[in-house]
Design a binder for this molecule. Structure first.
Ligand code: ASP
Length: 275
């Protein structure tokens, strides 16, 4: 029996100091929501945590998503399992209320890994995933304008059967070009899980994570390294090789999860089952 563990982040960035306590509270609520269902497996826990954060206006996912240069929210999300390297992802969706649910459907259906834009919306309709008027995200963002910044959300879980899962959801970067997709829905860049080694999830300026395929590198290192050292080394590699900024949460097959970031702030929280 493995010891269950869950680590959750609400994004790495330079969030104003006044916003940090409510951001931390949202992340801790997500940890609770995920932990409450961890007996149902690592995927259930990771998705429950991310789903709750998609409803938090201060976080850059779902309702809190930032807008692109056209003033529209284009959302990216993904899930991955260590067992069988199963993955599902969506990019640049405008009308899906919980993009993480749609990413999960892509994985469950199993034919493809990544669906984007209009095709992803049609798949949502086919699979009965909740859709909404794109204006919902624009209105929510306007209402939350006191909160100028936001960050991607993610969760990495290990259940007591040793199953590993990652889930991630984001609005990407504020003012991004329409059609831009970041690291978050890209397997290997924004997330990775491998039952033989561990799982990782990224946040920060996505282009650096794409160019370094950083989550894959982190998981390879987790096969033999401790989570805390792996997270630090990979952030150092991101900065050195790609001039990148952001954060990582990682979790090995055994032991405690770890978080690292090279931005002024990252909200995160974790829990490990008692021995
Ligand atoms: N990684 C996300 C992206 O580049 C943004 C973030 O984590 O804040 O789309």
């Amino acid at each position: 029996m493995a010891r269950a563990a869950l680590i959750v982040h609400g994004g790495a960035g330079d969030r104003p100091v006044a916003e940090r306590p409510p951001t931390q509270a949202a992340v801790e609520a997500a940890l609770e929501a995920g932990w409450a269902v961890i007996a149902g497996g690592a995927l259930a826990a990771a998705v429950a945590a991310v789903r709750l954060m998609e409803d938090a206006p201060l976080l850059n996912a779902g309702l809190g998503a930032c807008l692109n240069a056209d003033g529209v929210a284009e959302l990216d999300a993904a899930v991955m399992l260590g067992d069988g390297l199963r993955a599902g992802a969506v990019g640049a969706v405008r009308d899906v209320r919980h993009p993480v649910d749609l990413a999960r459907e892509v994985m469950e259906e199993g034919r493809h890994v990544l669906l984007v834009g209009e095709g992803a919306s049609r798949f949502a309709a086919e699979r009965g995933v909740e859709r909404c008027d794109p204006e919902v995200f624009v209105a929510a963002r306007r209402a939350g304008e006191a909160a100028p910044s936001g960050d991607t959300v993610g969760a990495v879980a290990r259940d007591s059967g040793g199953g590993l899962a990652v889930a991630v959801s984001t609005g990407g970067l504020a003012g991004k070009r329409p059609g831009r997709i970041g690291d978050s829905p890209l397997v290997g860049a924004g997330l990775y899980a491998d039952a033989d080694a561990g799982a990782a999830c990224a946040t920060g300026v996505g282009e650096g994570f794409i160019r370094t395929v950083l989550c894959h590198r982190a998981v390879e290192r987790l096969a033999s390294g401790a989570a805390a050292a792996v997270a630090e080394e990979c952030l150092e590699l991101l900065a050195r090789r790609a001039g990148g900024r952001g954060g990582l949460i990682v979790l090995g097959r055994e032991g405690a999860p770890a978080a690292a970031w090279n931005t002024p702030h990252m909200a995160w929280a974790m829990r490990v089952e008692e021995a």
